[in-house]
Ligand binder design. Structure first.
Ligand code: AMP
Ligand code: ZN
Length: 113
């Protein structure tokens, strides 16, 4: 059974308890647009299993599922050819605000260096 956490907004989205338009879904991962986009395209790629961040002992399989979905989500968002950036925050100094592992996929414009 997939590990989840109470009061975790990304668990609620990943389980369908909180409905948001999904950009992508497979057995292990969902992707949806960031509610507060910092670029023209700003989509979050989130494992269905609750893992707080990279310090929370994610399995290599889970990491492959999350990072492996990135090119497909980039294709769906139409930014695979123009280029994109991925960002993944861990802990306070990185300003992680949602403590459920996720990758930010950003693009659709020239991003700052
Ligand atoms: P981080 O700072 O890496 O933890 O990023 C968390 C991201 O989740 C932020 O960019 C928020 O704008 C985004 N976010 C928070 N709540 C939601 C939500 N309900 N739907 C979509 N994005 C969200
Ligand atoms: Zn969670």
């Amino acid at each position: 059974m997939t590990k989840t956490a109470d009061d975790c907004i990304f668990c609620k989205i990943a389980s369908g308890e909180m409905e948001v338009p999904l950009v992508y879904e497979d057995d292990h991962v969902v992707a949806f647009d960031d509610i507060s986009p910092k670029s023209v395209v700003h989509t979050l790629i989130v494992p269905k299993e609750h893992i707080a961040n990279l310090n929370d002992d994610p399995s290599p399989e889970l990491l492959a599922q999350v990072f492996g979905a990135v090119p497909e989500v980039a294709r769906i968002k139409g930014i695979d050819q123009s280029g994109y950036r991925i960002v993944q925050n861990n802990g306070d100094d990185a300003c992680q605000t949602v403590h459920h592992l996720h990758v930010h996929l950003q693009g659709g414009e020239q991003l700052p260096v």
